[in-house]
Design a protein around this ligand. Structure first.
Ligand code: ATP
Length: 268
């Protein structure tokens, strides 16, 4: 798969309405896609070992989506089998009083991946131009500046040895309804649903407009957005795994050189 297929070229409008949510527009053989995904996952497990051993570079993966867009499912599928010590997943919730007393990037910066680590953000700094905008939590003059502030922040991370990949999981409103209904119908999924989700669904078009602008303003050469068709979980997983593994290949971590000759070491 061409790893630029879903990449939002910096400077181009996101045009969410013009981009399919249906993965079948790109891939029609589910079995084949699943086989390829399993191979990629094995490669990811190996790359993570070397990244960790090298202890120099960092990879940050940002996941954003409408509710039920599949952020949790994506990190579960992608990192199954990866050494949990090397992956840090952070879910950003409503900020605490302490967090709100600082600039909006304070809590984000605290959780970016350290050397050798893969960091996954389930929600992120982008909430500060999404929910904050839709719910009018700060004035436009404040949130509008944040596009530039986020770009500058991500540039700082990039210049400090962090590769950044941002995935918007693009689902249709119909697919969201189907997933909500499943959460209501299946007892073991009930906990994932809250009546607040319905309120957010009513705000679908405001969120869409906020996403449209955030993706357009913040897809940069150093931290590109990928708009992933996410109605089919198998396609979503494959498309993301292709980009993550190709990026790790480019980062090309190496096992560190050793300062002893293994032939000379004798253990009594
Ligand atoms: P998931 O994040 O996996 O979808 P969830 O929606 O059930 O789970 P919650 O416990 O409800 O997670 O917390 C996430 C909530 O926090 C979301 O409604 C999100 O919009 C909100 N949130 C995150 N960051 C901010 C922020 N900076 N300002 C205001 N609200 C925020």
């Amino acid at each position: 798969m061409n790893t630029h297929l879903h990449r939002l070229t910096p400077g181009e409008p996101a045009d969410l309405a013009g981009r399919p949510t249906n993965g079948k527009a790109y891939h029609d053989d589910r079995k084949n896609a699943e086989r390829r995904f399993h191979r990629l996952r094995k490669e990811l497990i190996q790359w993570q070992r070397v990244l960790w051993a090298e202890g120099r570079q960092k990879l940050l993966i940002v996941l954003q989506a409408m509710d039920a867009g599949g952020k949790d499912g994506t990190s579960r599928a992608l990192f199954q089998g990866v050494n949990p010590q090397g992956v840090n997943v952070t879910s950003f919730k409503v900020p605490s009083t302490r967090e709100l007393a600082h600039d909006f990037l304070w809590r984000i910066h605290r959780d970016v991946p350290a050397a050798g680590m893969i960091g996954v953000f389930n929600r992120s700094q982008y909430e500060d131009v999404l929910v904050v905008r839709v719910h009018d939590l700060v004035p436009e003059s404040v949130w509008r500046l944040r596009y530039r502030q986020i770009n500058d922040f991500e540039r700082l991370l990039s210049e400090s040895g962090t590769r950044i990949l941002k995935f918007y999981l693009h689902i249709s409103k119909d697919e969201q309804r189907r997933r909500f209904q499943e959460r209501i119908d299946q007892p073991d999924k009930n906990f994932k649903f809250s009546v607040d989700d319905l309120k957010k669904r009513e705000e679908w078009s405001q969120y869409r407009a906020a996403y449209e602008e955030a993706l357009t303003e913040c897809s940069t050469e150093w931290a590109p957005w990928y708009i992933i068709p996410a109605d089919q979980k198998w396609y979503r997983n494959l498309a993301i795994a292709e980009v993550v593994v190709a990026t790790l290949e480019e980062m090309n971590p190496r096992f560190p050189t050793i300062d002893y000759d293994p032939q000379q070491v004798k253990i009594d």
